[in-house]
Design a protein around this ligand. Structure first.
Ligand SMILES: [Zn+2]
Length: 270
């Protein structure tokens, strides 16, 4: 599943190739994504010049002078740049053709989405209630400490709540909790200020490291048939249930917590 680092990598991968270019055509082969693709997308975009590409949480924002196109990659979506006239492959649902380059949306499971928001994209209903960006200074240990007071919820789903902080997906929550030595099932309200400082620091570390690794895949966004923006990572706990803890060698415990696979060390995490 594309997480924040993949979306950030996509943003950096496509931006230099389409920013400042005009939309020539929109081709919608399959409008049934998680939400129907707006039928007036061609009328809204064709002839408009793209001012820039940015990211908010896991949304990519294609900014035009009149508004923004919000793109979510869902469970299996990806964007790549192809040459005009390149034949579409299976699951290539939408083309946004710029002069000289086509931005092609591919999504086998069709859980992604495209929305048009006139004016300020932050006012869109999908973005309006989002918490801070994890890599920005507003998000820190003190923020987590204040937001977690009196919360009975387990700390892992608390971290994955986009109203608390955006973009901390399952992999990153597992990894950051291990690095901070905090058990995922602990009540968020029981975290000390020092726990929160460690957690915020490790969340920033795992996300930034992943973005840095993604940087090595940027050239994959242009040409070729590979899937851009997905990259292998060195993971300490996620996907390692039953294997030895990298610190104490005790087998890692795997449970379901809020329907998400959760892996932790019963000795190292308290
Ligand atoms: Zn351990």
């Amino acid at each position: 599943m594309p997480e924040l680092p993949e979306v950030e990598t996509t943003c950096r991968g496509i931006a230099p190739h389409i920013t400042g270019r005009k939309v020539k055509a929109i081709v919608v082969r399959q409008p049934s994504l998680r939400w129907p693709v707006p039928a007036d997308l061609p009328a809204l975009l064709v002839g408009r010049k793209l001012h820039g590409v940015s990211r908010r949480g896991k949304y990519l924002l294609l900014g035009f002078s009149e508004g923004s196109l919000l793109i979510h990659l869902g469970m299996s979506g990806s964007l790549r740049l192809v040459a005009p006239g390149a034949p579409p492959q299976l699951h290539d649902h939408i083309d946004i053709a710029f002069s000289g380059r086509v931005l092609r949306y591919h999504d086998p499971r069709r859980f992604g989405s495209m929305h048009w928001q006139p004016g300020d994209p932050a006012e869109h209903f999908l973005l309006a209630s989002l918490g801070p960006e994890p890599l920005e200074p507003l998000f820190d240990g003190e923020w987590l400490f204040q937001r977690s007071r009196k919360r009975q919820q387990a700390v892992k789903p608390f971290l994955m709540d986009s109203k608390v902080v955006v973009g901390v997906g399952n992999i990153y929550a597992n990894e950051a909790l291990f690095m901070a030595g905090i058990k995922p099932i602990r009540k968020a309200g029981s975290l000390t200020r020092n726990n929160c400082l460690a957690l915020a620091e490790h969340i920033k570390f795992v996300l930034q490291r992943s973005i840095d690794q993604g940087g090595t895949t940027l050239r994959d966004f242009v040409g070729g048939d590979g899937k851009p923006g997905y990259f292998k990572q060195q993971l300490l706990v996620y996907g390692r249930g039953g294997e030895p803890c990298t610190v104490c060698a005790l087998p890692l415990k795997e449970i379901r917590l809020g329907q998400r696979t959760t892996v932790y060390c019963t000795r190292c995490q308290r």
